[in-house]
Design a protein around this ligand. Structure first.
Ligand SMILES: [Zn+2]
Ligand SMILES: [Zn+2]
Length: 350
């Protein structure tokens, strides 16, 4: 029997994940259609998580980056450089690495700022996907050329091609003045197995920032990316079998920042409020979209007890999930709509 489309939550934490007791690793999600793997984001540990999930690197058919915050791309270089060591020789296909184009202008300085700040790398201070991949691989040039010349191995350039999402001009997008115009998702990638659409989400000052909708013969999975509540995600997840939405606990934000008078900490607090979503709001968005399953991921704080995220689970009519890393979610489960707040079954390979 053909195996249906499934999602593996490779990493479910938002933000940096270095700590001795990290239960959740960096954000990364695999959508698996037959023998093809499509990856959304490449957070810390993504390559190891693919191995643990039993996903062959040669099955990769596309990498989709929601936005260029480091927690979403920090292991993209490792994925390309180490990944090809587990791939067929000679290379069998090219893997697009699809993501935002250059921001174009710097974000405004936080109104919390009291001293002047000077941007780094002024010649190209806001690179997009193409320059980011180029810079990552150039940093490994000594290694790549060593393996190419001495061991006659393929290089990451034989496998990976960076592509930048062209935002339709009619939307009037501007990274500072209009980062999240009201819009319908538009197609950014299509092959025999999937059609992937993108929408702009609300993650200022990071812009452009995208959510993705992956359509297969078995159903639809939508991934919010990092975002404050926005109607664009409602449209992105319209009638989806699964919405993976980011979630942040705002009580934690208050605990972190309420006592500080530090400008930087207050600026981060401001960012959380404008650019992330509470579990309650994620439920509202999934409900308005008519999504049949809602899974919270990119959890901040990553160590919070499951009960915290499940607090309002009963208010979602569909299946509500708080997956661990490496959980498997079948899109078809949505058809038999399980009880609210049921846990997905974990099928770890180690
Ligand atoms: Zn993030
Ligand atoms: Zn982010």
């Amino acid at each position: 029997m053909r195996v249906g489309t499934r999602v593996i939550t490779l990493g479910t934490a938002g933000g940096p994940v270095w700590s001795a007791d990290a239960q959740r690793t960096g954000i990364a999600t695999a959508v698996i259609v037959g023998d093809r793997t499509y990856l959304i984001d490449a957070g810390s540990g993504v390559g190891r998580q693919m191995v643990r999930a039993g996903l062959p690197f040669g099955s990769l058919r596309g990498i989709f980056i929601t936005h260029l915050h480091s927690d979403h791309i920090v292991d993209l270089g490792a994925l390309m450089v180490f990944g090809i060591m587990r791939m067929p020789i000679p290379p069998t296909h090219r893997i697009p690495v699809i993501g935002p184009g250059p921001r174009g202008v710097l974000p405004p300085v936080s109104t919390r700022g009291t001293t002047s700040v000077t941007p780094v790398f002024p010649e190209n201070p806001t690179p997009g996907m193409i320059d980011t991949v180029d810079a990552l691989l150039r940093g490994f040039a000594t290694d790549i050329n060593d393996r190419l010349l001495d061991s006659l191995k393929p290089t990451p350039l034989d496998w990976f091609t960076a592509q930048e999402i062209q935002i339709p001009a009619a939307l009037g997008f501007h990274p500072n003045d209009n980062p999240t115009p009201e819009m319908e998702p538009f197609v950014v990638f299509e092959d025999d197995a999937v059609r992937v659409s993108a929408t702009l989400v609300k993650h200022a000052p990071m812009a452009p920032a995208f959510g993705y909708r992956v359509e297969t013969d078995d159903g639809v999975v939508a991934i919010s990316g990092d975002t404050g509540p926005t109607d664009n995600v409602i449209r992105l997840a319209r009638d989806a079998d699964l919405l993976l939405h980011e979630a942040l606990d705002f009580a934690w934000v208050e605990e972190q920042y309420e006592r500080t008078r530090d400008d930087s900490a207050r600026a981060v607090r401001d960012h959380h409020y404008s650019s992330h979503t509470s579990p309650e709001e994620a439920i509202r968005i999934a409900s308005e979209a008519g999504a049949r399953q809602l899974a919270l991921h990119h959890l901040v704080p990553r160590g919070a007890a499951r009960e915290l995220w499940l607090r309002e689970a009963d208010s979602f009519a569909g299946r509500f999930l708080v997956p661990d890393d490496l959980d498997v979610i079948e899109l078809r489960d949505a058809l038999s709509s399980g009880p609210a707040s049921s846990r997905v079954q974990s099928v770890r390979t180690e």
